[in-house]
Design a protein around this ligand. Structure first.
Ligand code: IVH
Length: 705
């Protein structure tokens, strides 16, 4: 591959050819990026090619092309679909990877519900369709709206497109007044083959796999194009409902079928893990001949009352799990190991591979995790792969599991080329030259350059504009990178002065390649729209190590306002009240707390954060479902034996209603729920005059909501 040749070694002719090749690949990648459904090139690969292009241009300035990718900020985003806020969030599923995970799933549910190991508990088992989920809203039996999942809370309005799908009925008879039917849009294998043949015939790029073809077809702005693409739909779930469909999952699926929806014929009722696993094996056997892609089997608790008792974790239901098929594997050559620097300074070795197809997708990059992994050791220093190390030139086995980044699993020593040398991690950051150090107990080497490291700055900015963070229309990773390279933005705060600095005057956004009057104004407006933003998004957007989306939302609901949050983080110090309060949040541990406290006590970091906050109007975080809840904001303690629910269930219900559940009674306790056998806690509550009720009293209280 020419890609791996050092740019210094290129002749002028080779450089010209290479620049032409890169211009073509990057232009295609840009186009693909903007339709968002053709992921044949990763962001990392895109960045690498762009850097390579810049390096060659620096060496041969006269060869710079008129259509040089360096001048390209990205095509303006087409006016997209309107947004739909889902009445009931569209969640994802937790995964099981082996039989033991399935048995544990059943055990966990029994424990939560307080069911004995031998009491009956039925589940449905059905194929997990590899397509994209769609929510269809019917009112009075008429299809009124169809929306994609989006981020689970807000999706895209694709009603016109959904109406072109044969499996999507336009009208229903005898349906509940409001009915949201959820399921998967997919493309069958024969339809996919025929579509790709047509694409090639019309000189268009074929789709990588049926899932991408289905996604690309459903998300066409012109519904007539969707109409020409043979999409199908299986119904398997529901959202908002005015009347229940049934009292069991199986009954509800039957009802959906009676209403006119296609449901999967391999859906079956199982009486426990053994039958579930047997059905999984059967589906696995049939997988190759089904005629459509599936990537596992989904199990769901059959009794809908139990489903509602089990409820949800932050993004997944407790009552369902996806048992995934094993990842697909392939062997290929490791051409090079590059080092990427992440937003927290982590140096990550990335495998550049001779492209190989794994499960229908061409893979040319894979993660190698860290230097220990390459050397044949895991995070704890134990031997992996029988201690075999990985070297450039080796034959390696790569795999993809779900949508995750491909990984390198194994190496074939019998094919190791002579002279292959062990890999050595650089001791300096390849981007800024600062020392790259490992802390004791950490497998990751980190750049110590902090804010001076351009790679960290760019990665922080990319994270800042990502979907779960500021999600600014028209400002994606590529644009941020370009603006950063040209010195237009150095830190998040600079995004909010773009209009001021580049809306008029000598240098203007609308004059940049790929931009125009309309797209520039749209971007400035989109940025202004985001000045008003939720606290959880802001906390997540800061990109603090160990603080992911879920944690950011927990922090937001706990502290409520930016002022309360930032004051507490500045004050938090090992052992003091602010620290204990932070650690008291379910889901926050010492490592995350330490990371938050460190960030908020670094002067340069905090100055940069405050420069950002000065441009924002941060909304107060309110607990979503607790309006009218009698226990919202109260601290509740459970003690003694509970007879109608388990402790875990009681705690989860209370938290869902906005209460804080504590293990001990103190002056801060608002309510004690005491079952039979309550001892010292009840006594202490009496002393402190804390209101005390029994289990039935608790149920009456919360059921009134
Ligand atoms: S149930 C609340 N059933 O898998 C849970 N999902 O990884 C709702 N999927 O977003 C999902 N086949 O797009 C369910 N038989 C099936 C499915 C299925 C495919 C998809 C769905 C979901 C994703 C989660």
């Amino acid at each position: 591959m020419t890609d791996t040749i050092d740019t210094d070694a290129l002749t002028e002719d080779e450089a010209r050819t290479e620049l032409a090749r890169l211009a073509k690949i990057l232009e295609q990648a840009n186009a693909a990026y903007h339709t968002k459904d053709a992921p044949e090139i990763s962001d990392a690969e895109y960045d690498r090619l762009k850097r390579r292009n810049a390096a060659i241009e620096a060496q041969f300035p006269t060869l710079k092309r008129d259509d040089s990718p360096s001048d390209l900020v990205g095509a303006p985003v087409a006016d997209g679909f309107s947004k739909v806020t889902h009445a009931v969030a569209m969640l994802s599923l937790a995964n099981a990877f082996d039989d033991a995970d399935v048995t544990e799933f059943d055990a966990r549910i029994r424990k939560y519900l307080g069911f004995a190991a031998d009491s009956p508990l039925a589940y449905t088992a059905e194929p997990k369709i590899d397509g994209l989920s769609l929510s269809l809203r019917y009112e009075n039996g008429k299809l009124v709206q169809a929306a994609t999942r989006g981020d689970g809370a807000v999706g895209e309005n694709v009603t016109a497109n959904a109406r072109t799908i044969e499996d999507v009925p336009e009208t229903l008879s005898d349906a509940p007044e409001v009915l949201e039917v959820r399921g998967e849009v997919y493309m069958s294998h024969p339809d996919f083959e025929a579509l790709n043949a047509r694409q090639v015939g019309a000189d268009q790029k074929p789709f990588a796999n049926p899932r991408n073809a289905a996604a690309g077809s459903l998300r066409q702005l012109d519904a007539n194009i969707t109409r020409a693409r043979p999409l199908r739909f299986f119904a398997y779930a529901w959202g908002a409902l005015s009347d229940p469909l049934s009292d069991t999952q199986m009954g509800a699926i039957d009802r959906l079928q009676t209403l006119g929806f296609a449901t999967n014929p391999l859906t079956q009722l199982c009486d426990g893990p053994d039958e579930m696993i047997a059905h999984y094996r059967l589906i696995e056997q049939k997988r190759a001949t089904l005629g459509y892609d599936i990537d596992g089997v989904v199990y769901k608790v059959n009794d809908l009352t139990l489903q509602s008792r089990l409820g949800f974790r932050s993004t997944t239901p407790r009552w369902a799990i996806a048992h995934k098929f094993p990842a697909e594997l392939a062997w290929t050559r490791l051409d090079a190991i590059d080092i990427q620097v992440g937003r927290t300074g982590a140096l990550s070795p990335v495998a550049r591979l001779t492209p190989v197809t794994v499960g229908g997708v061409v893979v040319s990059n894979a993660t190698l995790h860290n230097e220990d992994y390459i050397a044949g050791r895991d995070n704890k220093g134990d031997t992996i792969r029988d201690g075999k190390d990985i070297r450039v030139g080796d034959w390696v086995q790569v795999y993809r599991a779900g949508d995750v980044i491909p990984k390198v699993a194994d190496v074939d020593l019998s094919k190791r080329p002579e002279g292959a040398v062990p890999f050595e991690m650089p001791g300096r950051c390849p981007e800024c030259g600062s020392d790259a150090l490992r802390e004791p107990g950490d497998a990751i080497r980190r750049c110590t350059g902090g804010l001076i490291c351009p790679a960290q700055a760019v990665e922080k900015l990319k994270h800042f504009v990502s979907r779960a963070a500021f999600d600014i229309d028209g400002l994606g990773a590529k644009q941020v990178e370009q603006f950063h390279a040209d010195g237009w933005i150095a830190e998040p705060a600079d995004i909010f002065t773009l209009r001021e600095r580049y809306g008029s005057g000598l240098q203007q956004l609308k004059n940049r390649e790929g931009w125009g009057e309309k797209s520039a104004l749209n971007l400035f407006d989109a940025i202004d729209d985001r000045r008003n933003i939720g606290l959880g998004r802001v906390i997540f957007a800061l990109g603090i190590r160990h603080v992911g989306e879920v944690a950011a939302n927990l922090l937001a609901t706990h502290y409520g306002t930016w002022d309360a949050f930032s004051t507490a983080m500045r004050a938090a110090e090992d052992g003091n009240d602010a620290w204990e309060d932070l650690l008291g949040i379910d889901g926050v541990g010492a490592v995350m707390a330490g990371s938050l406290a460190t960030t908020f006590n670094q002067e340069a970091e905090i100055a940069s954060i405050y420069r950002l906050v000065a441009h924002l109007d941060i909304e107060e975080a309110v607990r979503p479902d607790t309006s009218g809840s009698p226990v919202a904001g109260k601290t509740v303690v459970f003690t003694g034996t509970l007879e109608k629910m388990t402790r875990a269930e009681a705690k989860a219900r209370a938290e869902a209603l906005g209460a804080k559940v504590s293990g001990s009674v103190s002056a801060k306790t608002d309510l004690l729920v005491a079952g039979p056998g309550a001892g010292s806690k009840a006594k202490k509550a009496a002393e402190l005059r804390v209101e005390t009720i029994d289990e039935d009293g608790w149920l009456d209280l919360i059921e009134a909501t």
